[in-house]
Ligand binder design. Structure first.
Ligand code: HEC
Length: 403
């Protein structure tokens, strides 16, 4: 069997930067990872608690290890661990351990390991106090205002994002906070010992407009996260958002903003996350974001942005993950997105039998784990035992890559 060398397809690979996700299930999986918690339908354990435990606990208390003789990777294991008293975080060993001071020798996770954020601790204890239920949705549990705000910032799959690691600003004045809260905007510190603020307009989206943005200026130094998605703001309001120098996350999805407003956004040099989903922004708009070198995630689903515009920005911002949402896999295998890590997989899966083992796994966002198929993909081949009809297509693909 012929092995394809890197040079045969490196030209295709370098066209599209490594983080740009355009096609197929990987983009789909990623879109799922990045979406916001659905407060009405997502489950408290499955979508909020489990991801936190997976990120910070199950490496030691999971399927592979049972440090302290407990496992926390699924409901059965958690019940068996017997460290949670339903409805009573104060009496639960689980909560006692996570609330210990960082330098206490019994604190969980242990010192030096990936720690829980203050928000994550609050979410875990809230879930326990609400009965540590494994089935209920977030909406079925009672949540105090503080928890609601934390929940609005949860992205499914990623748990609560880390607070930015920069020098903390002086605390915002209580009067300024009260004025903003009284307008219905949810505003609070990112964490108890963190003076940065997060503001969310979810409760007043129908009436929040450019004047509302102006009202945030008194806390300009402190505001790190701002969610004005689905509000009535326009390009003019972005001029005031540009005066929030410490913004790291900005949600503008489903607003009326256009390319004309993007030069204002381009001034937010600390921006790490920008969501433009469902706006009129196009290639000309995102081309102006090239100086935002801290940008790690950009969402442009259902906008005027094209693959080419995204690829252009990607070459200026190689570390940024530009999420175009899910699209039909390209008909021409040569056009499928590929990169150093996935090799020819996108092209290969496109010619696999749709209802065969590889095709089915792919449709579920997975990669077939049969030994024969894993080996074939690794060698830039398709397993012809499982995909006997792909023989000709495979030969054609190889031929096209040689040119
Ligand atoms: C680096 C490994 C490690 C990580 C990560 C870790 N633990 Fe532990 N955990 C241990 C060890 C070792 C013990 C046993 C020693 C002890 O009790 O302190 C333990 C004990 C415990 C106990 C006491 C069990 C009992 O019955 O007495 C609880 C509760 C606990 N861990 C919860 C957690 C939670 C919750 C997390 C995540 C937020 C976590 N742990 C993360 C290593 C870890």
């Amino acid at each position: 069997m012929t092995l394809l060398t890197r040079t045969h397809y490196s030209a295709a690979a370098s066209l599209i930067g490594c983080a740009l996700l355009l096609h197929g299930a990987s983009a789909n999986a990623n879109a799922a990872e990045a979406r916001k918690l659905d407060l009405a339908n997502d489950k408290a354990y499955e979508h909020v608690v489990k991801p936190i435990l997976a990120a910070t606990c199950t490496g030691c208390h999971g399927a592979k290890k049972d440090k302290g003789k407990i496992r926390l990777h699924n409901p059965e294991a958690i019940r068996e661990a017997d460290v949670i008293i339903e409805g009573l975080s104060a009496d639960s060993e689980f909560s006692n351990r996570i609330l210990l001071p960082a330098d206490d020798e019994d604190v969980m996770p242990p010192e030096g390991k990936k720690q829980l954020t203050e928000e994550q601790k609050k979410l875990l204890n809230w879930w326990i106090d609400q009965g540590a239920d494994f089935e209920k949705t977030v909406a079925e549990l009672e949540a105090p205002e503080e928890i609601k705000v934390i929940l609005t910032a949860v992205t499914v799959g990623g748990g609560v994002p880390e607070a930015p690691e920069i020098d903390l600003p002086p605390a915002a004045s209580q009067a300024a906070l009260d004025a903003i809260s009284s307008s219905g905007v949810l505003i609070m510190q990112l964490a108890q010992d963190n003076t940065f603020l997060t503001a969310n307009t979810v409760n007043v989206a129908k009436t929040f407009d450019d004047a509302g943005v102006k009202a945030l200026i008194p806390v300009a130094t402190q505001l790190a996260w701002l969610d004005v998605s689905k509000t009535q703001i326009t390009d003019a309001g972005l001029a005031d958002i540009a005066q929030l120098p410490n913004l790291t996350r900005l949600h503008l999805e489903k607003t009326a903003i256009t390319d004309a407003g993007i030069p204002h956004i381009a001034k937010l040099g600390k921006l790490e996350y920008l969501n433009l989903y469902g706006t009129k922004v196009s290639d000309a708009g995102i081309a102006q974001l090239k100086e935002l070198t801290n940008l790690k995630k950009l969402f442009v689903w259902q906008t005027g942005v094209t693959d080419k515009g995204a690829a252009d920005l990607q070459s200026a911002l190689p570390d940024c993950e530009i999420n175009m949402g899910w699209k039909e896999p390209a008909k021409e295998p040569e056009q499928a997105a590929t990169d150093e890590k996935v090799g020819l997989y996108p092209q290969l899966i496109a010619i696999c039998k749709k209802d065969g083992c590889c095709g089915k796994a792919h449709a579920e966002g997975k990669k077939c784990d049969h030994g024969c198929c894993v080996k074939a993909f690794a060698a830039n081949e398709v397993c012809l035992k499982c995909n006997p009809d792909s023989k000709d297509a495979l030969a054609k693909l190889k031929e096209s890559l040689k040119q």
